[in-house]
Design a protein around this ligand. Structure first.
Ligand SMILES: [Cu+2]
Length: 105
């Protein structure tokens, strides 16, 4: 629990220091444990239950979930926690955000 709390604090600090304006973000999660056609729906359902998530699209073929969310309301850690709690551990695969380092080659 203390690790989770530390992560939460770090995220909270990074939000207050680097996110002046809430924005829509799109991330791709690598999702483990999807084995049949209904699994992606469970993943999507779990993600869409997270406050701030606009859309979630999970794929059995790629084992990925693409999530659009408001970064002023939630963060990637909450998305990952949501899939994990639903039985599908996930990790961040790609982050499509407007950070400055993203623009650099
Ligand atoms: Cu399944």
């Amino acid at each position: 629990m203390s690790f989770l709390r530390t992560v939460t604090v770090v995220i909270a600090l990074s939000i207050t220091t680097s996110f002046a304006i809430a924005a829509e973000q799109t991330v791709t999660l690598k999702v483990d444990g999807m084995t049949c056609a209904s699994c992606p729906y469970q993943v999507q359902h779990a993600l869409k239950n997270v406050d701030g998530v606009k859309t979630a699209q999970a794929s059995l073929e790629t084992h990925e979930a693409v999530v659009v969310f408001d970064d002023g309301v939630t963060q990637v850690a909450a998305l990952i926690a949501a899939t994990k709690n639903a039985g599908f551990p996930s990790t961040l695969k790609a982050e499509d955000i407007n950070h400055d380092e993203k623009a650099a080659p």
